[in-house]
Design a protein. Structure first.
Length: 224
């Protein structure tokens, strides 16, 4: 287990009015990591994100409301919504290039993040390179709806929007944080290879996708 040596909360997260979900981001400082074939950094996606863009949301949370959490990383496709519809669920939402990303349940019925997935990654594919788009933050449900229901919206912290905050704490330049340059594995390391996963024959099976040492399991709903 890697121990944290520092935690830095966004200064605009807490205000006199309470918590502001648009700034639901904190940085956790750890000792220098050793990168190898299965452990590497992920670049932040700094391009424009419009309505209708598909993203891969991941997490270790439940696959349905009130279910038991699984000790397995899973992922599912979610789709960004338009500003007008997203504002119906969260009026403070600006647009998908602002502090948050918004996905709508009706665009991918049965697929969403769920309980236990908060803080997990949502990634975009940019010319075949997996890049960090954001982090799972909050879900907004209509009365009687649940995870994966069409009448829901999910909001993610937009990583690129918060680059100024990230660079102010880490002193890492935006160019480095958004660079997709591969990391060379250390020759002295002999990492164990991730266990391969059989394709279960699901029409919606994505992967597995190997990223950051984790294997994203079959494309199943993960919701919170």
């Amino acid at each position: 287990m890697i121990k944290a040596t520092g935690v830095y909360i966004h200064p605009q997260y807490m205000s006199e009015k309470g918590r502001d979900a648009r700034y639901d981001i904190a940085l956790v400082e750890v000792k220098k990591l050793k990168f190898n074939k299965t452990t590497t950094s992920v670049p932040i996606y700094n391009g424009q994100i419009g309505a209708g863009q598909q993203l891969l949301a991941m997490g270790w949370g439940t696959t349905e409301a009130n279910a038991t959490k699984l000790n397995m990383l899973r992922g599912t496709i979610v789709t960004t919504g338009d500003t007008a519809n997203c504002k119906q669920y969260y009026p403070e939402f600006e647009d998908n290039n602002g502090p948050q990303l918004c996905t709508l349940g009706k665009l991918n019925p049965g697929s969403s993040t769920c309980s236990g997935d908060s803080g997990s990654s949502v990634v975009a594919s940019n010319q075949g390179v997996v890049m960090l788009a954001g982090f799972d933050s909050i879900g907004v449900f209509t009365v009687g709806s649940s995870c994966g229901d069409p009448h829901t919206a999910h909001f993610y912290i937009h990583a690129a929007y918060h680059l100024d905050f990230i660079t102010s704490i880490t002193n890492i330049t935006k160019e480095v944080l958004t660079s997709a340059a591969p990391t060379e594995p250390e020759q002295s390391e002999q990492p164990e290879q991730p266990e391969k996963t059989e394709n279960p024959g699901d029409d919606e099976y994505l992967g597995p996708i190997e990223q950051g040492g984790s294997v994203v399991e079959p494309y199943k709903p993960i919701v919170y």
